[in-house]
Design a protein around this ligand. Structure first.
Ligand code: UD1
Ligand code: CA
Length: 418
């Protein structure tokens, strides 16, 4: 039987270099908080329970984590070993494995973590450290090996000697530990003399003194370990992730004319043969059907659903709205909190006034309805099936236009049957 696997995510640090009132791990990447990506990895690799160590702005981080993990408070940030030690009460008398990861490495791939746990089990190690070779290893802990090439220690950049600084294999900060050995040794980690912090990395030498097996797994994927320390890192991570998302969509059969100016966040589904034109932004929680055309210069905001064969053209914004099969909304328009039935036409310049200063109100446009250019639909309002609204009309809130009728003017009045 496989040993049970749990996860500890370290997220108590201050993230000083972000210069932000918002905790670093709650900054968004492609529409989703950085920490969520790490929680996703823990869930994807089958972590039975996940613990998130919080400290700096603990309340905000705990709230964002919600029910996804158990919160462990580290009141004072005395280092990574100290942070792990805070979890000890949850692991009393437990066997099994525990992954330790940092809350600020959102690009870490679940397949690498699986491989890490796999190698750990195969080698019967007490710890297996995920390492990576970097062109520029500065700032990272270096992997020290003995003459035989065996893993001997992790040396933090600040404590490294000149020749050690040349080592390009670094500690990614992702580890797989045996629960028993980790918590037996964690209390014995001494504070670093320079920084007065307890380094988790010092546990390697403790393990070796106890005759335990320590292993490494080298990954080629440098992005896996991209820890976000500054907003420059955040932008770099965003661009890497964006490229991945777009490439996935293209391999699923979506045409993206210009990936360089197309922005698609997480949690977006787009059907086959849909074409995304340049300078388009699609937020998270959006679904687009097959054979649609979006952009150029379009923005689809969260909660938007486009059925099949829908055209949303230039300078069009759709927010929390559902557009049925074959709807055309081809030029500068705004639809918010709106449901549009199949085959309807949203003329250029159509605007739903969905916000009255207090509430967001709903608009319904029936199937095959025709909204003339430059109309304003003041919500809540319904335009009946097959109805027409003349160009330049203002349809007042609550003054629904019945099915099959033509309404014109300000305020819009029904003048005849279509
Ligand atoms: C750490 C590793 C380093 C590795 C690097 C990879 C140590 C001592 N060093 O360095 O070998 O190359 O990660 O990115 O572990 N944290 C807490 N409580 C604390 C201190 C930190 O929860 O008291 C959290 C931070 O929020 C962060 C993570 O631990 O998510 C790592 O801490 P950080 O200070 O960024 O360590 P590094 O200097 O990057
Ligand atoms: Ca870091």
């Amino acid at each position: 039987m496989k040993q049970q696997l749990k996860t500890i995510i370290l997220a108590a640090g201050k993230g000083t270099r972000f210069k932000s009132e918002v905790p670093k791990v709650l900054h968004c990447l492609a529409g989703k908080p950085v920490l969520d990506y790490v929680l996703d990895v823990a869930e994807a690799v089958g972590s039975l329970t996940t613990y998130v160590v919080v400290g700096h702005q603990a309340e905000k981080v705990s709230e964002a984590v919600g029910a996804r993990a158990t919160i462990v408070l580290q009141k004072e940030q005395l280092g990574t070993a100290h942070a792990v030690k805070m979890c000890a009460p949850y692991f009393r008398d437990e066997a099994g494995l525990v992954l330790v990861m940092c809350g600020d490495t959102p690009l870490l791939d679940q397949s690498i973590v699986r491989r890490l746990a796999g190698k750990h089990r195969r080698m019967g190690a007490a710890v297996t450290v995920l390492t990576c070779t970097l062109e520029d290893p500065s700032g990272y802990g270096r992997i020290i090996r003995d003459v035989k090439g065996d893993f001997a220690a992790i040396r933090e950049h600040k404590d490294a000697r000149m020749e050690e600084l040349n080592i390009r294999e670094i500690n990614t900060g992702v580890y797989c530990f045996n629960v028993k050995e980790l918590f037996l040794a964690i209390g014995d980690v001494k504070a670093n003399t320079k920084k007065k912090e307890y380094y988790l990395t010092d546990i390697i030498e403790l393990f070796l003194k106890r005759g335990l097996v320590v292993e490494t797994l080298l990954t080629e994927d440098w992005t896996a370990n991209l820890g976000l320390n500054t907003r420059v890192d955040l932008a770099l991570a965003e661009s890497i992730l964006r490229k991945k998302i777009l490439e996935q969509l293209m391999s699923d059969g979506v045409t993206i004319i210009d990936p360089a100016t197309t922005y698609v966040e997480n949690d977006v589904m787009i059907g086959q043969d849909t074409i995304i034109y340049p300078c388009t932004y699609i937020h998270h929680n959006v679904k687009v059907g097959k054979n649609c055309s979006v952009g150029p210069f379009a923005r689809l905001r969260p909660g938007t659903r486009l059925a099949n064969n829908v055209a949303v053209g230039n300078f069009a914004e759709v927010s929390r709205s559902v557009l049925g099969d074959g709807v055309n909304m081809k030029h500068f328009s705004f639809l918010g909190d709106t449901t549009v039935g199949r085959g309807a036409n949203i003329g250029c310049g159509t605007v739903t006034a969905n916000y009255d200063g207090k509430n967001k109100n709903k608009t319904l446009v029936g199937a095959e309805a025709f909204i003339g250019c430059d109309s304003v639909l003041i919500a809540p309002v319904r335009i009946g099936r097959g109805a027409k609204v003349g160009a330049g009309s203002v349809v007042m809130a609550g003054r629904d236009i019945p099915a099959g009728k033509l309404a014109v003017g300000i305020p819009a009045r029904v003048i005849k049957k279509v």
